[in-house]
Design a protein around this ligand. Structure first.
Ligand SMILES: Cc1ncc(C[n+]2csc(CCOP(=O)(O)OP(=O)(O)O)c2C)c(N)n1
Ligand SMILES: [Mg+2]
Length: 727
């Protein structure tokens, strides 16, 4: 037993991972650190041991085949070789039960094979054939297989750790007893996502096994420059009481299997988090394009060559008389035949059909029988805030798989009190009664106060989607979406084409300008996201649309960014332009996503807008109609993506004049996209150039005079409309 922290560091810094973890593994737990012996073959059936050998052999042979096919120009892109990692990928994945989830790191080819994905599908992926898991949409090992519960790697390192936490959360929510294992590279442990995911898992008692594949290098950076602890397993100590760690030899398949099995059982039994660092060596370049011998010391490679995971295990099986050399040779020959026929199958598989590629980007969504696009003429009116609340409550009541996560939304009802009373209503939470008693069970199930970790909790939501749940994520302000940017644009938006959909998640963004909110609480986030195929963006400004579109968003099978104009949450509907003061049905209805609304009809000019800017657009229309005696049509887009080009076209072709206005800064704004669409589809019908009134190209300022100069005010819209009408 090691006692002080100085002792711990001194002892562990002496460890040579290529030599000293052969016979013992380090166990790190809140009650202390100890060395434990590595498992022997005793107690394992021959069948089990041969299975471990078979999958390692199959992994290597498949990897080598992809390299060969790359050299022949049949496999495309830059393959990331897996040599050296076979024992970790295979041993760890074998320790899972069939319905557990696994999220992958870069070199986990073996994990696919263990989960039942055939070599031809792995090779097919590298060759961009239909046989590949993503049917030609991505290469290398950037793929997943939902039916096998393998969450596909995307390039952005670290992203999948919160997603893995989400898979485990989803299983916990549904009481299945299934858990998740997440692989991660040593280099990747430096990303914020890894920390966010682990902290959330520990704080929310979500079971997870993290296997750090420490192969001594992160591309061209050695361990020594990546972090300052002798072993990453020590990080377990920082995450809490129910977290343990192991430092093991990642080239010994049985050690990996045995340790991960223990961790998986702990996860299942106590919801514990375990951080296992498995030491091995990347025996090849980072990718096939990497001249690694120019920077990896020959001596280091030599040392690890003696620890080849397959040769070591083979020798051990023979020495302990589990199998003869001939038996293992026969198994290798069988593997070679399997891989050869997989390669042939791949070469015979067609490439994808490039026709209508845009149709692939979204997962089809249900057609609603209760959809109403036009509001009723009479009925009660409610605030925009109430519209959103009602929409949420009705969806929560309709579907027990809907949950919401975000900062401060439970105990304190949310920054804007949208979820007031939800914790009590859906989770029976009485904070005042339970806050003093640390041992009282404090369960937040459907309304979850998340740590300040946007990438972490969006990732969790995206993992939960895979298990069949419907997450709603509340961002405190839309501005903080930048914290979760990669989760949204690189992960969520791409999952449908990767055959990992549907991704039915709603992200609610309190957005737009409000008095004195300045640069960091005022963003119109569509500008950041609208160029990413695979996302839907809705931007309602009436209570009718907010409620109906929110309900449609929750029922949609794609990631929907739901923009809420916080400045108008509480405004009395009668204080809005009359065209926005709309009755809101009490019975169940949805507003279909992708349908604009002609808020006001007219004949001389079309003003196109969305969100809060629709208010200024309508006010401006009223001013010029009254003062100039003209007739103005105003379109409220309501949905930005997919854009309702038909409604735009019909109006602009009728009036011959178009003014687009949006609240975000001009350059790169969604307004410019609308202008382009009008020019693209209506040019011959125009009597004047299309005008755009947007905010100035500056951050949103604080002082009132600067705010006025920045914003596309009603006066600026009026002036531009008059100019256009005079043209
Ligand atoms: C966020 C991010 N930054 C940079 C990269 C480029 N990149 C790809 S792999 C890699 C090294 C990863 O090292 P490690 O996590 O140790 O995994 P290994 O390649 O060693 O298996 C880098 C820097 C990336 N994919 N994602
Ligand atoms: Mg590495």
């Amino acid at each position: 037993m090691i006692s002080t922290l100085t002792d711990i560091y001194s002892e562990l810094e002496q460890i040579d991972v290529a030599r000293d973890l052969d016979q013992k593994s380090l166990h790190v737990s809140p009650s202390g650190l100890s060395w434990v012996p590595v498992p022997t073959l005793d107690g394992y059936s021959k069948e089990h041991l041969l299975q471990l050998y078979y999958f390692m052999s199959l992994t290597r042979a498949t990897d080598i085949e992809i390299v060969k096919m790359s050299r022949k120009g049949i496999a495309l892109g830059k393959h990331l070789p897996c040599a050296g990692n076979e024992a970790t990928a295979v041993g760890a994945t074998m320790a899972l039960a069939k319905d557990d989830w696994v999220t992958l790191a870069i070199r986990d080819l073996g994990a696919f094979l263990v989960r039942g994905v055939s070599p031809s599908r792995v090779i097919g992926q590298a060759c961009a054939r239909m046989e590949g898991l993503s049917g030609g949409w991505d290469g290398s090992l950037h793929m997943g297989h939902k039916a096998s519960r393998v969450v596909g790697l995307i390039s952005h390192l670290g992203t999948l750790i919160p997603v893995g936490v989400g898979c485990s959360f989803g299983e916990m929510y549904q009481n299945t007893g299934n858990v998740a294992l997440a692989f991660v590279g040593d280099g990747t442990t430096s990303t914020g996502d890894v920390h966010e995911g682990l902290n959330i898992a520990a704080a929310m008692d979500i079971p997870l096994v993290l296997v750090i594949e420490n192969n001594q290098w992160a591309f061209g950076t050695p361990n020594r420059l990546e972090y300052a602890t002798p072993t990453l397993s020590l990080r377990a100590l920082g995450y809490g009481r129910n977290v343990e760690g192991y430092w093991i030899d990642g080239t010994n398949v049985l050690t990996v299997y045995d340790t991960v099995k223990t961790a998986v059982e702990r996860a299942r039994g106590t919801n514990g988090l375990t951080i296992i660092e498995a030491a091995s060596m990347r025996m090849d370049g980072h990718s096939l394009a990497d001249p690694f011998t120019s920077y990896v010391p020959a001596e280091q490679l030599e040392k690890w060559k003696a620890k080849d995971p397959i040769s070591i295990f083979r020798a051990r099986l023979i020495k302990q008389r589990i199998a003869s050399g001939t038996e293992l040779d026969e198994m290798d020959a069988r593997v070679a035949r399997e891989v050869l026929s997989a390669a042939i199958k791949t070469e015979q598989s067609p490439g994808p059909d490039p026709v209508d590629i845009e149709a692939k980007v979204f997962t089809p969504s249900p057609v609603h029988t209760n959809a109403i696009s036009t509001p009723p003429k009479t009925g009660r009116t409610i605030t925009y805030h109430q519209g959103i609340r009602e929409g949420l409550m009705e969806e929560f009541d309709r579907d027990p798989n809907v949950f919401m996560i975000g900062e401060d939304i439970g105990v304190s009802n949310g920054a804007f009190k949208i979820s007031e009373g939800f914790s009590k209503r859906y989770d029976g939470l009485d904070w005042n009664a339970s806050w003093k008693n640390k041992d009282a069970p404090f369960k937040q199930r459907r309304i979850i106060d998340a740590p300040i970790a946007e990438a972490g909790f969006v990732g969790l939501a995206l993992g939960a989607v895979l298990t069949g749940l419907t997450p709603i994520v509340e961002f405190q302000y839309a501005d903080f979406a930048s914290e979760a940017f990669k989760m949204i644009v690189n992960y969520a938006a791409t999952q449908t084409v990767r055959e990992m959909g549907p991704v039915g998640i709603v992200m609610r963004f309190p957005a737009g300008w409000a008095t004195s909110t300045s640069a960091y609480h005022s963003v119109n986030p569509e500008t950041w996201f609208a160029s990413t195929p695979g996302l839907k963006i809705v931007a309602p400004i009436t209570a009718f649309d907010a409620k109906g579109l929110l309900k449609a968003a929750v029922r949609d099978n794609n990631p929907v960014l739901f923009l809420e104009y916080k400045n108008y949450y509480r405004i009395k509907p009668e204080h809005l332009p009359q065209e926005l003061n709309l009755p809101v049905p009490e019975e169940d209805y949805v507003v279909p996503i992708g349908k604009a609304r002609v808020a006001k009809t007219g004949t001389d000019l079309t003003i196109i807008s969305f969100g809060s800017q629709t208010i200024r657009a309508l006010e401006a229309a009223h001013v010029i109609e009254k003062e100039d005696g003209v007739s103005v049509e105003v379109i409220d887009l309501r949905t930005l993506l997919p854009l309702d080009v038909d409604t735009l076209q019909a109006s602009v072709r009728k009036t011959g004049r178009a003014l687009v206005t949006c609240e975000s800064p001009r350059t790169g704004s969604f307004g410019t996209t609308i202008v382009t669409e009008i020019v693209r589809t209506c040019f011959e019908y125009l009597d004047a150039p299309v005008r755009l009134v947007a905010a100035a190209d500056t951050p949103v300022p604080f002082a009132p005079a600067l705010e006025e100069a920045h914003l596309p005010t009603r006066g600026k819209v009026v002036a531009a409309a008059r100019d256009l009408l005079k043209y």
